[in-house]
Design a protein around this ligand. Sequence first.
Ligand SMILES: Cc1ncc(C[n+]2csc(CCOP(=O)(O)OP(=O)(O)O)c2C)c(N)n1
Ligand SMILES: [Mg+2]
Length: 816
Amino acid sequence: MFIETESISKYNGMKNNTDSTNHKLKKEEILADFRLANLSRNLSYIGRREVLSGKAKFGIFGDGKEIIQIALAKQFRNGDWRSGYYRDQTWMMAMGLYDAVEFFHQLYGNTNREINPASGGRVFNNHFSTPNINPDGTFRDLTKQKNSSSDISPTAGQMPRLVGLAYASKLFRQNKELHKFTNLSLKGNEVAFGSIGDASTSEGHFWESINAAGVLQIPMAISVYDDGYGISVPKKYQTTKGSISEVLKGFERDEKNPGYVIYKGKGWDYPGLVKLYEEGITICRSEHTPVLFHIEEVTQPQGHSTSGSHERYKSEERLKWEEETDPIMKMREWIISSRIAVADELDKLAADAEEEAKEARKIGWEMFQKPIRVERDALVKIIDDRKCKCIEEVKEEAVDKINDDLKLVLAPIRKDNFVAARKILRNVCGSCLKSDSLKQEMQGWLTRNYEDAHISYDSFLYNETPTSVMNVKPIAPVYSDTSPEVPGRQILRDNYDKLFKKYPLLVTFGEDLGHIGGVNQSLEGLQKKYGELRITDTGIREATILGQGIGLALRGMRPIAEIQYLDYLMYALQILSDDLATTHYRTAGRMLAPVIISTRGHRLEGIWHSGSPMSMLVNSVRGVYVCAPRDMTRAAGFYNTLLEGSDPAIVIEPLNGYRLKEKMPDNIGEYRLQLGVPEILSEGKDITLVTYGSTVKIAVEAVRQLALHGVSVELIDIQTLVPFDRKKIILESLKKTNRILFLDEDVPGGTTAYMMQEVLERQGGWQFLDSAPKTLTGKEHRPAYTTDGDYFSKPSAEDIFDTIYSIMKEAVPEKY
Ligand SMILES: Cc1ncc(C[n+]2csc(CCOP(=O)(O)OP(=O)(O)O)c2C)c(N)n1
Ligand SMILES: [Mg+2]
């Protein structure tokens, strides 16, 4: 049986190929959709109850959005990509990427990566992902699977990445050299689907992304689920004119200009939505035109999340309207009135779906609890079976009490087991025989289970596969008598030239880097040579420049996203920290986004051009490597290494180094610098001076001056802040000098404090100190303008001289 769908509710009479759209729905398909909607709804209902009864910590669900997502999923093909948010459970189920049992694995936070693959329990429920890499770190065949990037909770945080996912299709289509990468894309025919709530469209990221996609003309299909609220705040406080499609009208394409195609649909109109999405996605896919679907009349039957109830802020009238407009009820009415099925048939399907949801809960709960109980039983058995009784009765009683209490916990979590074990251990006396040692058994239990907890919660911050950049073999730069001295920018340029030749998937984009080859000319002439698709100017939009990088990297390309100055990376910091830095971690190792961020900083003058907010980076982007090369030879060496591995990283080129002359290595484009290996720039015996980046030059001068006054300084350039000195080279130096100064131009308590902690605490350097360890940093205020502003805001060679001299004077007053 075939049923013609009803006409669509199309917005603003855009010209498009409506005539070719003729979606036919079979009865079986409609009934399967109806059953799925019911299944999903029941999961939402049960999910909320699980949280309110204390079995799960928090829950956010897709109730009210079921029908939209079922219609949307029909257009999603293998190779396509999703970047959505926490409402998308039905969509994921409709694509076969999520099921009822997994729904509960996510809700309980099951850490088993096999059965809860999207995040291994690391993020809230209904946050999805699919793997883009194999266990060995190589890219999967992304064209043979439906792909979902990994969701994050910050509202609109999915938007910048969505731009990148869609932009990849443009590159794969327009750059013929890429057509051979058939495991990544089939000539760019893939659509990047996005979803967002009505209130989240208030965010800057939304507007920046919408504009970027309109400029780029990429196959981005974004659905706005307009349920009228962002938690409790209604639309009138969120959106001008209270309608996102209304305010976006200026973005629509017309006869003269490319732009968007914008549709309006109703969240309960099953046949209308099916047709709407078919039409819109056809345009999006074939013409690479961005399309926006504004889906109105959407409900939220259970309110926002388990953290509150919507009765607190929705009027009686609104609540009544939501009940009457329930999309599943509306679909049921449509099926009956269209004589596709009778009520009994539908009721049976609904009952069947409810049963499946209930059964899934039981299975999910059992699978969550079982390993925790096994872990607890092993612990309890150790205590129950102990042969050794402690002579101190108080301690014996304490052990028994903790053990008995643990046995009584009805639904244990791992924390219960660990708290009990660690408290018991405190009370175990040392008088037992070694063979009966309760202490040893307890420690064994803890070690075993901590290893497991480590895998569950503490792994995959960085790429742990063979493609990790840590496995890239270093190659030293080679020089000969004929190696010329050239300005630093030329080293970068010639290095890029080799890299663009070597890696067809390499692209770079940013402000001013295409036509003029970068504000510092480090890509001079290369756009002409490699084309606009590979070296590309962008608008001033740091967050989406980074998002572009993330989307491209997820799809197997090798993007270098350029942020013009380090100070302006702050515009992208949220995406950098929340999205890129957590990608590998939050997917429990299933996704890699090897974006290289190229920027430049340090030693310019003025509040917004001084470029050294390094602790801001080091402390907010763990998960991304941070390279701070002192010159362009080192910077190029890092790019070369990073492109051989698959990790995200930032390279901060030293701003004052573009014109300074450096010797051009004969093996430009080939040599590679290891990450996490400091370089000793001058050997010394009195004190170790640790720094990085542009400050190295000032330190070199200070070391020269100090030598004239009889102080011998060992100067170490750490080269990368993360990873930090993997070979403990600084510790070895400290063992020799017994004194140390950490230097940079960040704020006090910033990156110098980080370096100090690494060396003194982690490496154990405190044991070798004969003088108090010191830091020398920039001032607390942002650096002032002009050379004098710089001199009085940041450490100078004189400051370094005086600080080190005073340390020496205090240590050896008779000599200094
Ligand atoms: C940046 C940021 N600010 C605030 C929040 C808290 N928050 C979570 S969901 C939400 C409302 C989102 O509403 P909407 O976009 O309409 O989506 P809906 O939940 O209604 O589907 C808010 C304010 C957040 N997650 N991220
Ligand atoms: Mg909303």
